[in-house]
Ligand binder design. Sequence first.
Ligand code: FES
Ligand SMILES: [Fe+2]
Length: 350
Amino acid sequence: MSMFVKQTWYMAGWSADLSQDAPLGRSIAGELLVLFRDSEGRASAIQDRCPHRGVQLSLGKVLPAGLECGYHGMVFAGDGRCVKIPGQDSIPYRANVRRYPVEERDSMIWVWLGAAEDADPALIVDYPWHNQSDQWPHREGYFHFGCGFEMLVDNIMDLSHLGWVHARTIGGNPDQHAEAVMNVERTDRGVRFTRWLLNSTPPPSYSKVVSFAGNIDRWIELELVAPGVIMQYNGGVDVSQDAYNGGSRDGGFNWRILHVLVPETADTCHYFTSVSNGFRQDEPEVTDKLLADVHDTILEDKVICENQQRNLQEQPEPPLMDINSDQARVLFRWHLARLLKAENQETVAA
Ligand code: FES
Ligand SMILES: [Fe+2]
């Protein structure tokens, strides 16, 4: 029984993380992978373990022929085939390593941990905004969190914490957050979630970059694709625009945030994030500022989530309870449990 969903594409890194000449070791859902590029720049991923003496291949070097082990120089091609063993001509089958299907698109590298024949690239979440640098210039970030990835998804799917945890940044008034107009719906692959804060005070990170006449109508739209991709579209415009009732969302503040939450071990995870600037596209310093704000916000969440992880390990009882604002989070957990159950049943059947 795996505790992780394996039949899925996990983000392994930003395209920019993987250079032409150095391998990148990444542990995902309990498996250790090494990524590298071939001489044409194509990314591949294989198990991060040399079949000879077991050292991690990510300590090695990228050569035109493939990845060279840093211990005794065996070389592996992107498909996991061993192509060279120093000092001998014949290469036994056992010298090959497991390869993982890899897809690179929208500035991201995705790996499939399930059976290779099931890897369907159509299942990868599309994020076209990364390719639209005129309309949506973006910045990329990465964080490592000492908590299970589920806790981090919970955190983003229950934004009622904004008024408390993020008062300095994207927060605003706690009561206004608790009173937000929410709409939560299930989708085939997760949850869609919309939240409007009507007639509310612009939070510090908005008013720093836009001068509003007074109160604003703010929206947050979130789409979760299980297990851990969350696409967020946020903005705020002057109340006079009546955006909630279909009025214009132009002007004001307008951006997209991508959160890709990837399990590493049961109690650690990777957090990839990007911000895309949809309102002052010609000003790179504004895009930088958005990333800096998200960065601060994420560090605020890190304190909470890591505390929660430790505390629940020390004090697992009594069971936790849900409140009204947990709707989207509960749907996420339900969806995740369903995915895991289906997969574990399939494994048992096989
Ligand atoms: S451990 Fe890799 S070649 Fe010996
Ligand atoms: Fe948060």
